[in-house]
Design a protein around this ligand. Structure first.
Ligand code: GDP
Length: 193
């Protein structure tokens, strides 16, 4: 099976995005920490499993230990399935991501998004950062350049269109993500020849 995994902090709009992307209802508000890969999707002419990995980071009513367990489970899932996983989508909130990253860094912590991005690349999974909620962002280029900087990608962001996909799941503006993913899959198909 070919699989595409979706990861992200809770509340970034991952369920909304997956619903818009697949037409399948990845119902929100379920118990935290549950992985769902409910269906196969014909996408870009191929059969894919889209896996919704649990939201990580701060969640109302979920304590520190439980949050750590969720993150460990996500990492383990990805390691165990790395052969099938053809691409990863790290969903972030375009309006909040940079500030959250900076807040963690100023406390001497590794920000979740930075850690997850690094991990996916380390495991060799081509990863697209779906920068969601761009409908709320005014200073688009500055925000995206800052995000690239925090992720260790030398800017400007336009040089990373296969990695940085500014989208709005709510408005169904997903083309940058579709194109970035398609590019990675095309590349892999070329490599297979
Ligand atoms: P999840 O926890 O990552 O699955 O997040 P949800 O899909 O449940 O969305 C969290 C909140 O963000 C909801 O109130 C959504 O309506 C909102 N949201 C999701 N996508 C967008 C977007 O593109 N723009 C805006 N403005 N809000 C969004």
């Amino acid at each position: 099976d070919s699989e595409i995994v979706f990861v992200g902090r809770s509340n970034v709009g991952k369920s909304t995005l997956m619903r818009a992307f697949t037409g399948h209802d990845f119902t929100t508000g379920q118990k935290p920490g549950v992985t769902r890969s409910p269906n196969h999707y014909d996408w870009a002419g191929q059969d894919f499993v889209f896996t919704d990995l649990p939201g990580f980071g701060f969640m109302e009513g979920v304590d520190e230990d439980a949050r750590e367990t969720i993150k460990t489970d996500i990492v383990r899932y990805i390691e165990d399935h790395s052969e099938e996983i053809r691409a990863g989508v790290l969903v972030v909130d375009g309006k909040a991501a940079v500030d959250i990253i900076d807040r963690h860094e100023s406390r001497g912590e590794i920000p979740h998004d930075v850690e997850m991005f690094g991990f996916l690349r380390e495991v060799g999974i081509p990863t697209v950062v779906a920068v969601n909620k761009m409908d709320k962002v005014d200073d688009r280029d500055e925000r995206l350049d800052a995000l690239c900087d925090r992720l260790g990608l030398p800017g400007p962001w336009q040089q990373w269109r296969d990695t940085i996909a500014p989208i709005s799941a709510k408005r169904d503006q997903l083309d940058p993500l579709r194109e970035a993913l398609a590019e990675h899959l095309r590349e892999q198909n070329r490599d297979d020849l």
